[in-house]
Design a protein around this ligand. Structure first.
Ligand SMILES: O=C(O)c1cccc(C(=O)CC[C@H]2O[C@@H](n3cnc4c(=O)[nH]cnc43)[C@H](O)[C@@H]2O)c1
Length: 215
């Protein structure tokens, strides 16, 4: 049996994502929790779970931000699995007449958090078909071709965007717990077309990825 202190925490935004992950993992080795949509809910919910586990003397061995995501066209198609080398808060900064100024340039820390190298390596080995690259975190789902193009230009290594990774990563960093982000693509990033989101395909891919990584 897996000792309680070596369990992995997988954090999703919504219950449907948590159910898809749970369908693939060994519950003795992995705890799955849905903590809400967006970086603030993700950071608050993850920080609470990490602190409770630590206070009980059973810290998690790692935390993974998992769920569905938008894929940048030509980089991550619908149904693909993506793995973050870096998780980037793409809208953390300031607008100016000359364009977006990132938080690092403003002198207030960093918008870039790296995946833990060992956790990233283990997930990459378990998921050889996963597309590795940067995953952007945004509080607003991209819904125009203009915003998609601007994000791609600012983040040439980005493969996908979602809404929670940077929040989960921030909580993990504060607690000194290894972090990774794993997502499956439900929709292309670009002009909003909610009817075109392939939720079933993305959830099935999420279950398969969870099973391959932690089953
Ligand atoms: O229909 C909407 O516009 C909408 C707005 C907020 C959340 C949702 C969800 O379905 C929540 C699930 C989760 O999905 C991630 N996601 C999926 N595709 C994208 C995307 O293109 N851009 C950003 N995030 C995406 C996100 O992490 C949500 O929490 C639907």
């Amino acid at each position: 049996m897996t000792p309680a202190h070596s369990r992995l925490l997988i954090v999703t935004a919504v219950a449907a994502e948590a159910d898809a992950v749970r369908a693939g993992v060994d519950p003795a080795a992995v705890e799955v929790a849905a903590v809400g949509v967006g970086p603030a809910a993700a950071a608050a919910g993850t920080a609470r779970l990490l602190a409770l586990a630590e206070a009980a003397g059973r810290p998690y061995r790692g935390v993974v931000s998992a769920g569905i995501a938008g894929g940048f066209p030509g980089r991550a198609p619908v149904g693909a699995t993506v793995l973050a080398a870096r998780t980037i808060a793409a809208d953390l900064g300031a607008e100016s007449p000359d364009g977006f100024i990132g938080v690092a340039e403003l002198g207030f820390g960093t918008s870039v958090l790296h995946a833990d190298p060992d956790l990233f390596e283990a997930l990459s080995r378990a998921l050889p078909d996963a597309i590795a690259g940067d995953i952007l975190t945004l509080a607003t789902v991209t819904g125009t071709a203009g915003t998609a193009a601007a994000l791609q230009a600012r983040h040439p290594a980005a493969v996908a965007e979602a809404m929670e990774g940077y929040g989960v990563a921030s909580a993990a960093q504060t607690a000194a717990v290894p972090f990774a982000e794993l997502r499956t693509i439900s929709n292309p990033i670009g002009p909003r077309d909610r009817a075109a989101w392939r939720l079933g395909e993305a959830f099935a891919a999420l279950t398969a990825a969870a099973r391959a990584a932690c089953g």
